[in-house]
Design a protein around this ligand. Structure first.
Ligand code: CO
Length: 148
């Protein structure tokens, strides 16, 4: 590659890290207990994120996390997911350097974006979701960490 790309070339956006794998559960305490007993892991972080209608627990595994999600009510997105699909994989989250650059790139490449502007998620990170119908049936969360 030379550095001679035209000025209007899309900003290259690359996923940096698998931030977390999110699992929807009915009972956060029971799920944490299960992971502790079966896999000897422990959450280092737990937070109610009212804006997303969830209480989440983050369990570190290597450089990534398992994110356990319990809905704060049946009408929340995760509550609706649980009633339709039951417990299980909810989304996969990847770290990016700039969420705006990532969203611009996704829009320019025709992606089906849920959040056209970033919002604030757990740990003060800026996040945005991409629709599971866009690619490989997977709800994707992009994360720009607060401490990045
Ligand atoms: Co997440």
């Amino acid at each position: 590659m030379t550095g001679l790309a035209p000025a209007n070339t899309l900003t290259p956006v690359k996923l940096l890290n698998l931030d977390h794998v999110a699992i929807a559960v009915h009972d956060l305490d029971a799920a944490i207990d299960g992971y502790r007993k079966r896999y000897n892991v422990e959450p280092i972080y737990r937070e109610k994120v009212e804006s997303q209608g969830v209480e989440e627990a983050m369990i570190p595994v290597g450089g990534s996390f398992i994110q356990l999600l319990e809905p704060l009510g049946g009408e929340t997105p995760v509550g609706v997911f649980l009633s339709k699909r039951g417990e299980g994989l909810h989304h996969v989250a990847y770290t990016v350097v700039s969420i705006e650059a990532a969203l611009d790139h996704l829009a320019a490449t025709g992606a089906r974006i849920i959040d056209t502007a970033p919002r604030v998620g757990g740990r003060g990170a800026r996040i945005a979701f991409v629709h599971p119908g866009d690619l490989a049936g997977t709800l994707i969360e992009l994360v720009e960490p607060a401490d990045a």
